[in-house]
Design a protein around this ligand. Structure first.
Ligand code: PLP
Length: 374
């Protein structure tokens, strides 16, 4: 089966991991700070590494101080972790609808649901296309909320020349193998605000504080540390950070290849009937994580099944988050976000990854053409 996404590992990646394995530090060593600095160079803001994109969101909600009585406004057109991280802290999640064009959080829909209780507004850069953060930030500032960007798809994207990582107060990344770069499992939180990043950093290390000038009882001795807030162990080991730095050195090449394959899909699929192709807004230079088409005329399920039968691993991104029984059981009902649901009903992600050959891509296009009849 041709996958919809997969990693690209070369000899430089293998060498980096082997070198880390032979070093003194398997975890909590110098390769962690190195990878964090390398992320900052791309994201434009200091970063803290964590074990995956889900724990990155968890740490971001911890940093934002989300808790019981708070509301978090987010998109339903995402992986469940974007929202569930807030639920785990006892907050109420409010789903606002998306824009038809990009499937990103619609600022007008957010405007309609924010309240003085809104603690965070979390957008997703769907498929790698940055959300409308300038509009979202204005709303957040008015109600005193923090903006969070779930950029699991979007490391390396820019918006009017500004990198993803600087667009929201907190930005989270995932380094799962299907994403734009991989550490097997891995993730990061970046922030333009030192106070928020410090809280994420402390949270990912069990809440431990060692800085002499931050200790409540500083005279105990050299071994002393304090836990001043609750946290978890979300540390990404040096082995995986070594892989991350090596992959990041290849990121510009990954981006160019994803953009080339996207342009090729645009060209080859332009005249196929019954399809709507993804768009790119003015001023955006996206990392193309997904190639999401819309299959019209109620044929998405048929096309999904027939592509899979042909050995082409298409995917649906995403099931609206509030359709999951864990939300259904809290009273969320289908129909809440009609634009997102209409998008979901037609959405299909075609294979897109570094290493997809032109011949593979031609096979995907031919299979689609056969099914849709042109
Ligand atoms: C992949 C993904 C996550 C979760 O990342 P993991 O590393 O798999 O935990 C969160 N949000 C979005 C939008 C994702 O695509």
């Amino acid at each position: 089966m041709l996958p919809y996404g997969r990693q690209s590992i070369d000899q430089s990646d293998v060498d980096a991991v082997v070198a880390a394995l032979g070093s003194d530090w398997l975890t909590t060593g110098p390769r962690v700070a190195q990878f964090e600095a390398d992320i900052e160079a791309v994201a434009g803001a200091p970063a803290v590494t964590v074990t995956n994109g889900t724990t990155a969101l968890h740490a971001a909600y911890a940093a934002a101080g989300v808790g019981p009585g708070d509301e978090v406004v987010t998109t339903p057109m995402t992986f469940v972790a974007t929202a569930s991280g807030a639920n785990l802290f006892g907050a109420k999640v409010i789903f606002a609808d998306v824009e038809d064009e990009t499937a990103n959080l619609d600022p007008a829909a957010v405007e309609a649901v924010v309240t003085p209780r809104t603690k965070a507004i979390t957008a997703v850069d769907y498929a790698g296309h940055p959300a409308e953060y300038d509009a979202l930030r204005k709303i957040a500032e008015r109600v005193g909320a923090v903006t969070i960007g779930d950029a699991a798809h979007a490391i390396g994207s820019t918006y009017h020349g500004r990198p993803v990582g600087t667009l929201a107060d907190l930005t989270t990344f995932s380094f799962f193998p299907t994403k734009n770069l991989t550490t097997a499992e891995g993730g990061a939180v970046a922030s333009t605000r030192a106070d928020l990043l410090a809280r994420a950093r402390t949270f990912r290390n069990i809440g431990m504080v060692r800085d002499q000038d931050k200790l409540r009882h500083p005279d105990e001795g050299g071994w002393f540390y304090e836990v001043q807030s609750f946290g978890l162990n979300f540390r990404l080991p040096d082995l995986l950070c070594a892989l991350g730095s090596s992959q990041l050195a290849r990121l510009a090449g990954f981006k160019a290849e994803r953009q080339r394959l996207t342009a090729r899909y645009d060209e080859l699929l332009g005249d196929v009937p019954g399809l709507r192709l993804p768009v790119q807004r003015e001023g955006v230079d996206p990392m193309r994580h997904l190639y999401p088409v819309r299959v019209l005329d109620g044929r998405r399920r048929e096309v999904y099944d027939r592509m899979r039968e042909a050995g082409i691993g298409v995917q649906v991104n995403y099931i609206p988050v509030y359709w999951h029984p864990v939300y259904e059981d809290l009273g969320y009902q289908r129909g809440m976000c009609p634009v997102a649901e209409a998008f979901y009903a037609e959405q299909l992600s075609l294979p897109l990854f570094v290493g997809l050959t032109d011949a593979d891509q031609d096979r995907v296009v031919e299979a689609l053409r056969n099914i849709l009849g042109s």
